[in-house]
Design a protein around this ligand. Structure first.
Ligand code: N01
Length: 542
C-alpha cells in the first residue's frame, strides 16, 4: 500500500514520521514535521483535535494559565493572533482555539481520528518503527513522535460494586460532549486536585446535596479571572512579542517576575502584606511573585504554608471543616491549583466534606457510596481522580526499542532520557512530554520541544542518517544533573505524604521518583539551542 502525505489514504508502507496526539504537542509536531518536508501521518484517539481540551469538558474546566501566554507563538506568527475573551480561557474557548490552529494550518488532513496506537516496535533489521493501531492496521515509519500528553491517562479508583450502582458516574477527563443534567441531583465528587476544585463550586451551585470526598487536602489560590474588554484584548495582542520574550526565559514559561526577595528577610507584617497582595493578584502570580525561596527552602516555605492554612480557616466558617481542608505538607510539593470560590463552597449548608483518611471509601452500593462508617446516597458520582502522570499514556503505546526492550522496563528502576525527549536504545523515537520535562506553561514547552525534535530530525536528514540516537554517556550525564536537582527538592522530601503525582505517589506501586526536571524550562531550551549550535554532540547520526 502506498501513502500520500495527507494521511487520508489507506494503510501505508513507509512513512517518514508518525505523530501520536492532537493536543498542543501533536499539532505543533505535525506542523513542524511537514514544514521540514517530511511525510507525516498523525493519529488521535479522540474524534477531533484538542487533546486535554477535547476530553476535559467538565463544568468549570478552564486553564489556570492566562490566555496571554497559554497559546502558540508559532500560530501567532502565521495568522492573526487569537483573542481570548477571558483572562483565563474556559475549555470551550481553548478547544475552539486549537480547532482554529488546525484549520488555519490545514493540519486535520494529516490525522486519523478515533484511532489509538497500540504498539510501537523498533525493527533493527530495517531501522524502521512498526506501528500498530487499534483498527488492526500496521504502519512503518522512519521516525515516531509521541505527543500523547502528560495528563491523559485517567486514573479510575478500583472500587468494587460499580456495576450495582443505580446512578450515573462521570470522570472529569472523559466528560460527555452532550449536556449533562446535574440540576437538583445528590452528587459526590471524589478528588480535590485541579479538576476537583474547579467542578466542586459548579456542582455546589446546582446540587441538592454535595459530598466532597477528599483524600489529601489542597492549597487552592484564587484565579482572579475576568472578562476582557475589547480594548484589553487589543492591548494584550499588542504586547504578545514582549510576553513571548519573558516566557522563553522563565523557569515556568510564564511572564511573571521573581521578586528577588527571601521570605526570611522581611518582618512578619511585611510578609503578611506581600502574601495578601499575591492572593489578590491570584493564580501562579501568588507563588512566583511573592518570594523566591518558598519553593526551595523549607523554612521559607513554612511561612507561606502557614499563611495559606490560616487563610483557609478565615474563609471556611465551620472550624472542623476548615481543619479537615487544611493541608499539613509544604505548599508547592503538589502542583498548586488555582480556582474560583473553592473553599467558599464549604460554607453552603448542602455541601459536606468527607475526609477519606478518617473515613475510608470502601465500595459503590446500589444507592451510592459506602464509607467505612456510613453510606452516602447519591444520584451522581464524579471522579475527579486525576491521571497516571506521564508514563500512564506512554506505556499504553507499548513501545519497544532495540532488542525488544519495552519502555516500561527501561524505566522500571529509574527515569532516564536526554532533555526529556530521546533515549539511548530507542533510535529515531522522540517524546514530547516525556518524564523529566520541565513543568510550567505547557503550550510553550510543547512548541519548543516540537521545534527541537524537528531540528534534530532535519539535521539527521541533512547528513543522510538512517539512525539518530542519543549517546548513552550524554544521557547519563544529563540524568545525573536532573537527579541531583531532584534530590534536593521539597517534592522529593515531602511529596510522598502528600500523594504528589509529580513523585508517582498518587498511585500505589508506581515508580516513586521526581518526574520533573527542576532546573527550569529555559535551561532545557538553552540546551536545545546548544545542541544545534554545536552540531548535535548528544547524538549519533549514522
Ligand atoms: O488530578 P490530581 P487533577 N480515592 O491528581 C484524588 C492539570 N489540570 O485532574 O491527592 C480518593 O491533581 C487525589 O487524592 P490524593 C494540572 O496539571 C489543570 O485534579 O492522591 N481520592 C486528588 O485529590 C493538574 O495538576 C487544570 O490523595 C482519590 C484527586 O483525586 C493535573 O491536570 C485543571 C483517589 C486527583 O487530583 C491533574 O489534576 C485540571 C482514590 N482512589 C487539571 N484517586 C487547570 O489548568 C485519586 N484521588 C486549571
Amino acid at each position: 500500500m502506498t501513502l500520500s502525505s495527507d494521511g487520508q489514504t489507506a494503510a501505508a508502507a513507509d512513512i517518514d514520521v508518525i505523530v501520536i496526539g492532537a493536543g498542543f504537542g501533536g499539532l505543533t509536531a505535525t506542523y513542524r514535521m511537514r514544514e521540514r518536508g517530511l511525510d507525516v501521518l498523525s493519529f488521535e484517539r479522540g474524534l477531533d483535535v484538542g487533546g486535554t481540551w477535547y476530553w476535559n469538558r467538565y463544568p468549570g474546566a478552564r486553564t489556570d494559565s492566562e490566555g496571554s501566554f497559554y497559546r502558540l507563538n508559532l500560530f501567532d506568527d502565521i495568522v492573526e493572533p487569537f483573542s481570548f475573551k477571558e483572562k483565563f480561557p474556559a475549555q470551550p474557548e481553548v478547544l475552539a482555539y486549537l480547532g482554529r490552529v488546525a484549520d488555519e494550518l490545514d493540519l486535520r488532513k494529516h490525522y486519523r481520528f478515533g484511532v489509538s496506537v497500540d504498539a510501537v516496535v523498533y525493527d533493527e533489521s530495517t531501522g524502521r518503527w512498526q506501528v500498530r493501531t487499534d483498527d488492526g492496521q500496521d504502519y512503518t515509519a522512519k521516525y515516531v513522535v509521541s505527543a500523547v500528553g502528560i495528563q491523559s491517562e485517567p486514573l479510575v479508583p478500583d472500587l468494587p460494586g460499580q456495576e450495582n450502582f443505580g446512578g450515573r458516574i462521570y470522570h472529569t477527563a472523559k466528560w460527555p460532549a452532550d449536556p449533562v443534567d446535574l440540576d437538583g441531583c445528590r452528587i459526590a465528587v471524589i478528588g480535590t486536585g485541579s479538576s476537583g476544585i474547579q467542578i466542586i463550586p459548579q456542582a455546589a451551585d446546582v446540587a441538592s446535596k454535595l459530598y466532597v470526598l477528599q483524600r489529601t487536602p489542597t492549597y487552592s489560590v484564587p484565579m482572579v479571572n475576568k472578562e476582557l474588554t475589547e480594548e484589553e484584548q487589543r492591548e494584550l495582542i499588542e504586547s504578545l512579542p514582549e510576553i513571548r520574550k519573558a516566557v522563553r526565559d522563565h523557569p515556568f514559561s510564564m511572564p511573571y517576575s521573581f521578586s528577588g526577595r527571601s521570605a526570611l528577610d522581611v518582618t512578619d507584617e511585611e510578609r503578611d502584606a506581600i502574601y495578601g497582595e499575591g492572593w489578590a493578584k491570584g493564580g501562579f502570580r501568588f507563588m512566583i511573585e511573592s518570594f523566591d525561596d518558598i519553593g526551595t527552602t523549607k523554612e521559607a516555605n513554612d511561612t507561606v504554608s502557614e499563611w495559606l492554612r490560616a487563610k483557609i480557616h478565615s474563609i471556611v466558617e465551620d472550624p472542623i471543616t476548615a481543619a479537615k481542608l487544611t493541608p499539613n505538607y509544604p505548599y508547592t510539593v503538589k502542583r498548586p491549583p488555582s480556582g474560583v470560590e473553592f473553599f467558599e463552597s464549604f460554607n453552603k449548608d448542602h455541601v459536606e466534606l468527607i475526609a477519606l483518611r478518617e473515613s475510608p471509601l470502601v465500595s459503590f452500593s446500589e444507592k451510592g457510596l459506602v464509607l467505612e462508617d456510613r453510606e452516602l446516597e447519591v444520584d451522581v458520582v464524579i471522579l475527579a481522580t486525576g491521571f497516571d502522570f506521564v508514563t500512564g499514556s506512554l506505556y499504553k503505546l507499548n513501545v519497544q526499542g532495540r532488542d525488544g526492550l519495552p519502555l516500561s522496563e527501561r524505566w522500571a528502576d529509574g527515569l532516564s532520557n536526554y532533555l526529556s525527549v530521546t533515549l539511548h536504545g530507542f533510535p529515531n523515537f522522540f517524546v514530547l512530554g516525556g518524564p523529566l520535562y520541565p513543568g510550567g506553561n505547557w503550550p510553550t514547552v510543547a512548541e519548543e520541544v516540537s521545534t527541537y525534535i524537528a531540528n534534530v530530525i532535519a539535521e539527521g536528514e541533512k547528513r543522510s542518517a538512517q539512525v539518530i540516537e542519543t549517546k548513552a554517556e550524554v544521557e547519563e550525564a544529563w540524568v545525573a544533573h536532573v537527579n541531583e536537582l531532584a534530590s534536593q527538592s521539597l517534592m522529593a522530601q515531602y511529596g510522598k505524604d502528600a500523594n504528589a503525582y509529580g513523585l508517582g505517589a498518587n498511585i500505589e506501586g508506581k515508580l516513586q521518583s521526581v518526574f520533573f526536571y527542576l532546573g527550569g524550562a529555559q535551561v532545557l531550551f538553552d540546551q536545545f539551542d546548544h545542541e544545534a549550535a554545536s552540531g548535535y554532540p548528544g547524538f549519533e547520526m549514522s
